[in-house]
Design a protein. Structure first.
Length: 301
């Protein structure tokens, strides 16, 4: 592994490249990463740099977002097969049909959507800012896609706004079931349950705290508690275990592993750096259109 890391770091320098690693990636990717974090933040950090190449160790829509925010840079995805199962549940035709069924209603999309879908939406949200953005919109009704669970959580926290939800979900977070949570809570009764809002409504009833990846990590950082049950993807727990050796973490279920996020590895990163294969191409007009909902979101303070 050491030689692989050395080779990647050497090529990074030679090609003026940076590597972004989403928190759900395999932990060894952090050894070569310039930035580790949530998807939008990573793309924003990359846009601030003068790198010529961005290697995005994440899933397809994330690399597309990075390209949208840095159109002048070459963006490479280590493994072409790493798509987000949730983002793939809605395509351009489906969003157009969804809007047709509810004419005139503001369309809010989760960041976990392709550029083609974002281009059809009014405004974008992340799991960190969704409640704040929807409250600021102050609408009686919105359309939300693709994650129905996140949509329900937004509706619960934005009184006065009806959320018409698209029927998408994250299969990985759906695997964190009520019975799995009951089982682990019995084993670790002092464990504070930290959950991602992509989990089902029934499961979220068990949560002590609900938040995005960043918010979950911040919760642990600021908490005096010592034991935590992590009800989100394995990668988050692995980073918490590394960063807080004096605290104990238990994964809500061994099934909380996103198979597509784990497709990228160090060999793939070296390969795309060498060959510059798997480049993400987004047409200029699509960049412009898909950037609009992101810009509108960022304007809401
Ligand atoms: S964990 Fe779910 S939402 Fe995240 S990349 Fe995997 S399938 Fe998509």
């Amino acid at each position: 592994m050491k030689t692989l890391i050395e080779k990647i770091n050497k090529l990074k320098k030679e090609k003026n490249a940076i590597i972004l690693a989403h928190c759900y990636q395999k932990p060894e990717i952090d050894f070569v990463a310039d930035f580790v974090g949530d998807s939008l933040k990573l793309s924003q950090e990359a846009a601030k740099t003068n790198a010529d190449i961005i290697v995005f160790a994440g899933v397809y829509f994330m690399a597309q977002t990075a390209k949208t925010l840095s159109p002048e840079k070459k963006v490479l995805l280590p493994n072409v097969h790493s798509g987000c199962l949730m983002a793939d549940m809605v395509n351009k035709e489906q969003i157009i049909e969804f809007k047709k069924q509810h004419p005139g209603v503001t369309t809010v999309c989760y960041i976990n959507t392709t550029a083609e879908v974002k281009a059809e939406c009014d405004i974008c949200v992340t799991s960190s800012n969704a409640i704040r953005v929807v409250r600021a919109l102050n609408k009686d009704k919105i359309l939300f896609l693709p994650d129905a669970n996140l949509g329900r959580w937004i509706e619960k926290n934005c009184k006065g706004t009806e959320v018409i939800k698209y029927a998408g979900c994250c299969p990985t977070h759906m695997d964190i079931t009520v019975s799995e949570l009951e089982k682990i809570k019995k084993e670790y009764p002092n464990g504070v349950i930290l959950m991602h809002p992509e989990c089902s409504e029934e499961s979220l009833e068990a949560a002590d705290f609900i938040g995005s990846t960043t918010e979950i990590m911040d919760y642990v950082k600021n908490s005096k508690e010592k034991e935590f049950i992590i009800a989100t993807e394995l990668g988050v727990m692995q980073r918490l275990v590394r960063d807080y050796p004096d605290k104990n973490f238990y994964l809500a279920t061994p099934k909380a592993v996103c198979p597509n996020m784990k497709k990228n590895n160090l060999e793939d990163i070296l390969h795309v750096l060498e060959t510059e294969e798997n480049e993400i191409i987004v047409e200029d007009t699509l960049i412009e259109k898909s950037l609009l909902p992101i810009r509108r979101m960022l304007e809401i303070k």
